[in-house]
Ligand binder design. Structure first.
Ligand code: AMP
Length: 145
């Protein structure tokens, strides 16, 4: 399965914040949308970084509540791993597992086209396992599924 198949179902919407956005505002954005990370972008298209709840927790533990009024650029990851819609889901799964992150922005010609999260990956995997399970059950019982 390709990443484009996942985006076709979930859509291309990506929540972005500008680098100047305060960490406090970022937390409100994450809570409002029920997400764990936002792409940092000056124009909503170019990926300037990524910032997740994990970055906030780490910065709070290291520097305390002062972080809340700092811009997200001070806690975000600048070197972002991205994929194209043609990437295979299995490769993105491997990337997330090896690099230990749960979000991968999808980019085409330098512009954001979506984001894949670990939740999308797990949802897809469960669907595949369920299909496989019912096919195998059909073989065993001789019932058509
Ligand atoms: P996450 O597991 O996505 O909450 O992120 C864990 C850490 O990896 C945080 O420091 C993020 O800023 C960073 N991170 C998340 N996604 C990516 C990505 N696609 N490329 C590089 N770093 C990332």
């Amino acid at each position: 399965m390709r990443i484009s198949d996942i985006l076709r179902v979930k859509g291309e919407q990506v929540i972005t914040v500008t680098p100047e956005t305060s960490t406090e505002r970022l937390l409100a954005v994450l809570a409002e949308h029920g997400i764990g990370a936002a792409v940092v972008s000056r124009d909503g298209a170019v990926v300037d970084g990524i910032v997740s709840e994990r970055d906030v927790v780490r910065a709070l533990a290291a520097r305390g509540a002062a972080v809340l009024t700092e811009p997200v650029s001070s806690i975000a990851t600048a070197k972002v791993r991205t994929v194209t819609p043609e990437a295979q889901l299995e490769d993105v799964e491997r990337l997330m597992t090896e690099r230990r992150f749960r979000h991968v922005p999808v980019v085409v010609d330098g512009a954001l086209r979506g984001v894949v999260s670990i939740g999308d990956v797990v949802k897809n995997r469960i669907g595949e396992l369920e299909t496989e399970r019912s096919t195998l059950a059909g073989y065993i019982t001789g019932e058509r599924v």
